[in-house]
Design a protein around this ligand. Sequence first.
Ligand SMILES: [Ca+2]
Ligand SMILES: [Ca+2]
Ligand SMILES: [Ca+2]
Length: 437
Amino acid sequence: MKKMLLTLCALFTLNVTFAQEQASHELIVKLKPGKTLPSYLHEKNVQTLFDNVYVLRGVDVDSLEMKLKNDSAVIYTERNHRSERSVLPKPQGFSKDYSPNNFGTPSQFNDPKINKVWSFLDASDNGVSVNSAYHQFGTSNTNEVIVAVVDTGVDIDHEDLKEVIWTNNKEIPGNGIDDDGNGYIDDVHGINTLVRDAQGKATVDVTDTHSHGTHVSGTIAAKQNNNIGIAGIASHVKIMPIRTVPNEGDETDVDVAEAFIYAAKNGAKIINCSFGKSSNEGKHLIPDTLKFIAEKYGVLVIAAAGNDSSDIDRHPTYPASFDNDNLLIIASTSSSGGMSYFSNYGKVGVDVAAPGSDVYSTVPGNKYDNMSGTSMATPTTVGVAAEILSHHPNLSYLQLKDVIINSVTKIAKFKNKLVSGGRIDLLAGLEFAKTVK
Ligand SMILES: [Ca+2]
Ligand SMILES: [Ca+2]
Ligand SMILES: [Ca+2]
């Protein structure tokens, strides 16, 4: 079972190794409505995820799972474990200039490295018409949208990101108190589900120890028109960093569920999900979580199709292959207009394509670099979605998804590979959104 490759380096030297199962120390339990957990469980062993769904830690998973399976109050139990292991690639270390003449007239951005960001080109030049969209629609009358980046963390001090990082204003930093009562102590800029305290609680250091999450964030939100670096696609967003994807190995279902719930409860309307895995342990927790954040919070989750050059309708990858209606699944295109050679596709399971090859964006330490993958196509789409939502804050998650799917630039070769048969477009999306009642 091969892990879905998050990004591809220039030399394609990804190390993919095979299953190294780790013993599970966490058990997921869903109870029937109105039922409570058995009294022999200690409060300290129980974390409520949402509704009647719990994670049990510090327990003998084997014997407890047997007991609970025979309990009539239980709908299901699932084990949480990291089943595979892989190494993420590094940034590519090169970039290229694209003709600024193609950015529309006049260019809308003073950011010095903007001509390396080819997604800003018009559809006729294989981009997603970002410059033209700003030329036509501007940024007045836009509303702030919070986007959660569930990833390897984010360099929140990066020169081109620091002004666009979400801050939990109700939380006083560093006083050891959960001031806003959201269950997390000192969560000023998000949470870290990879590093847990002795009680199993997520911690709050969101530092990116890779580059992946910082790169994703820049594509969505790098500060526009500050005479620094690049520009993100969206003008009026705050990035909520959630560190859930390890530098090596797969994210776990419990961590992803907790990240999604945190994002939804703290105001994110869009979640960037540039990760995935080819096996999913239980198949209940993540679809249940997606359903919960759709129904209660109206959150759209935009997720990568994966980088195995394969049809996910035949070879599923998760979460992309779950059929929740608040998932929008993204394939990758290159600057020559076709699908990236690595990109997964699926006539049923993959909705749209977006620029994902040689994407130039922020990396830690005030640096910039190219990275490639459906991981990069996903934040390109998130940026477009966030900008549309900024102009049209009353769109529901289903309407927003429909606008993106229905405003693509059709590409003949994509007809049997994608639901929409095309590449997203910000200018067409903003036009289309005006027609939505
Ligand atoms: Ca808090
Ligand atoms: Ca505090
Ligand atoms: Ca900038």
